[in-house]
Design a protein around this ligand. Sequence first.
Ligand code: 6PG
Length: 472
Amino acid sequence: MSTADIGLIGLAVMGSNLALNIAEKGYTVAVHNRSPGRIDEFVAEAKAQGLDGKTIPKYDLADFVQTVKAPRSIIIMVKAGKPVDDMIEQLLPHLEPGDAIIECGNSLFTDTQRRFDYLKPKNIGYLGVGVSGGEEGARHGPSIMVGGSKEQWHNAEAVLTAIAAKFNGESCCAYLGEGGAGHFVKTIHNGIEYGDMQMIAEVYGVMRDGLGMTAKECAAVFKKWNEGPLNSYLIEITGHVLDAVDAESGKPLVDLILDKAGQKGTGVWSAIAAQQMGVPATAIEGAVAARSISSRKDERVAAEAVYGKPNRAKTDVTLEDLEKALLAGKIVSYAQGFAVIAKASEENGWALPLATIAKIWRAGCIIRSRFLDQMSSAYAKGEATNLLVVPDFVTIMKDSHPSLRKVVAAAAVGEFPMICLSAALSYFDSYRQAQGTANLIQGQRDFFGAHGFEIVGRGTDLHGTWPSTLGK
Ligand code: 6PG
């Protein structure tokens, strides 16, 4: 008998939390997992949370599919990559025209587009959905970025809207565009997430090694910042991470954690997408590079032995400078991220709604922050796509870029790495200057390759008369 409103396959932490969230919102969810043991564990969890009445465990795939009301919406929450393709193939024989697969992992948007194109002629809908907010978010309200088959989106709309986080009563779930649009937006969300995290880490480095602050003192500062313009989930959790004490040693936990950051690929994908479309996203690229450098611990240890310890004389940078620098850096990073989204929208014909994207990032997701509300209003007014020229943000940048400058300059002198914040500052300085230096690049290109240049008033594709350097 078909009694479930929706089906969900893949009961690892994210999948089971999503299923419990769906059940809690009053929808009946059929669940399935490759290993039956995990289904048993889920059943116990659902029972413990009083949600067993709304969950239907199914050990057989065909039986599972039959349990879901047609036209079916079936969420798959398996590892990105081949497991998704395998799952699609396993499901296909059991599906009927009009049904939809809703893939909620961190998939590469081009894979999502390919799967969407593959299933379309079979009349099977494919929704590539970005879900942000980690385990907690999945259970209590994530931000949900939907892309893919619009018709089938409407079948799942009520459930997905209900389980998403709410900001001032508005659901942080929206349909953004066809094909890979949802996963593309999630990828850029993660690129911005990398930028935010790296900039916070760079500022923490100055606090710890320049201002000589303890982890506890740093925690207090982040907690205070969380009450101001930097208010955001990442600033909030930074306060908690810095505050945590290791039970075994009694020392601040953060001081014991090895300084090697992991990454699963979405940051790299966003940097690649930006580069491929010719959109500068230096803050995101810097953040990805910083993670890669961090992971080369042995090389760093060896290089420090060669150059000696960084000469970190006490800095005259203040906490207020650091707060403003972070704000300015963050605005540049978001400006870059949104510019990447705008360009992808144009190239793929997605018509991505920038105001809506900023809106559904206001709650639930990892980059949720106070200023996303301001950003969504700016985009709703149809102001320029680059935030750096949107009036409200111009005001903030005018007030904060001198601090970013001071912090980056002090970091250079004090031998602090600032890949991300310095990239943000250089982008800002490049973007806001009418006269750059690419005239020289054009001259060089013409010199060695006759690539041509433009002289205003005289024409394009002009050439210089250059001396020969051969035989010298
Ligand atoms: C989110 C997160 C989540 C996850 C990423 C980042 O929005 O909930 O972005 O998707 O944390 O996979 O992971 P890495 O830092 O390991 O790349």
